[in-house]
Design a protein around this ligand. Structure first.
Ligand code: SF4
Length: 358
């Protein structure tokens, strides 16, 4: 056991393929010291990214109204979650949100639209928005709009898009347990279209949906084979009303193991702690920055997350630094640091004396 961690670090630093049995052990070996695993994954992360953390922010530019039946998604036709549904946002509003994201030091502005695939009209509108963001704002962009073919991928590339997101979500074997209206191959084809168009791809998975360790490892190796440079790792958020609700599979340590395994299989990829970070990693969030070098601020598609100043503080407290310029005020008063917001948090001396003498 003693040498296993350093062997894995050496393999990853050599860009050598981690044996599949070792990837499975990272998830399932109950005797493994997970903190040592995280430290070893941290060595790989430091070699490629130093102490930098890329902060991403999602903008839901179109919400709900989706004809697909992804069981984990509050926007799907099979979800009863009370979701605010709206068509594609106004172009000026999207531009303004991109400007604000840049001012806040956000590394990449991620636009997400619900739906199976963009219509030709929607694709043209998105291309116009992308070119305006490139010319008028100058922030890195990522777009997630469902299935994309070669023609649409080329249109987005020409409009200045940097990255196209399309998550594999789960393994080929497990896909029909979570969705029936499209296939794993449909998702793979979108990533291949992005690659042919010269777009960077972003693709990851959602864990905690009843999958096995082998399913998670399958996705990590598939993404390596596709040379995906950006991998969001989501942890299923239990949203009441969704068919896939809670498999009770995730603990903070298991989430940490999963992130470490992704780091060792994809040593040079941007590994992002994505949806479910707060609720599933809980007190291990800052430790997760050892395998991961990227995260979201200000929430996800259907749920709130920690607001940015709290996340920035967590990053700084753990000895990491935000990648990019951050114009948010970083100086806080002592009361703000200790989160004393009213007198309820201050012990009343008289009460304390009474308590001692009783
Ligand atoms: S994940 Fe995308 S395609 Fe699936 S239901 Fe949600 S919005 Fe629709």
């Amino acid at each position: 056991m003693k040498d296993r961690f350093s062997d894995w670090t050496r393999l990853a630093l050599d860009d050598a393929l981690l044996p599949r049995a070792d990837a499975l052990a990272m998830l399932g070996d109950v005797d493994m010291d997970v903190l040592r695993l995280a430290a070893a994954a941290g060595d790989v992360r430091m070699a490629h990214f130093g102490r930098k953390v890329k902060v991403h922010q999602i903008n839901n530019i179109k919400n709900g109204l989706c004809p697909e039946d992804c069981g984990y998604c509050a926007q799907s036709k099979v979800s009863d979650a009370p979701l605010k549904r709206y068509p594609t946002k106004d172009e000026e509003a999207i531009l303004q949100e991109a400007r604000e994201a840049k001012q806040r030091g956000v590394y990449r502005y991620c636009m997400v639209a619900s739906g199976r695939a963009p219509t030709p009209r929607e694709a043209t509108q998105l291309a116009r928005i992308l070119s305006r963001i490139r010319d008028e704002v100058g922030i890195r962009t990522c777009l997630s709009v469902g299935l994309v073919d070669d023609q649409t991928a080329r249109l987005f590339k020409e409009a200045g898009l940097d990255r196209l997101n399309h998550n594999l979500n789960t393994s080929r074997c497990h896909t029909d347990k979570i969705v029936s209206t499209h296939t794993y191959q449909d998702r793979l084809d979108t990533l291949l279209a992005a690659k042919r168009a010269g777009l960077e791809s972003c693709s990851g998975m959602i864990t905690g949906m009843g999958e096995s360790d082998a399913d998670i490892v399958d996705v990590a190796y598939e993404l390596r084979g596709l040379e995906v440079p950006s991998i969001p790792v989501n942890f299923l958020i239990p949203i009441a009303g969704n068919p896939l609700y809670d498999f009770n599979q995730l603990s903070p340590l298991r989430c940490l193991r999963i992130l470490c395994m992704f780091r060792f299989v994809n040593p040079r990829a941007e590994i992002r702690i994505a949806g479910g970070r707060e609720g599933h990693l809980r007190g291990l969030q800052s430790l997760a920055l050892y395998p991961a070098n990227s995260l979201f601020v200000d929430g996800y598609l259907a749920t709130r997350g920690d607001e940015k100043l709290k996340v920035y503080k967590m990053i700084e407290d753990a000895g990491f630094e935000i990648d990019g310029e951050c114009s948010e005020p970083q100086t806080q008063t002592a009361a703000e640091r200790y989160q004393i917001d009213d007198n309820r948090n201050i012990m009343n001396p008289k009460t304390a004396v009474v308590a001692e003498s009783s």
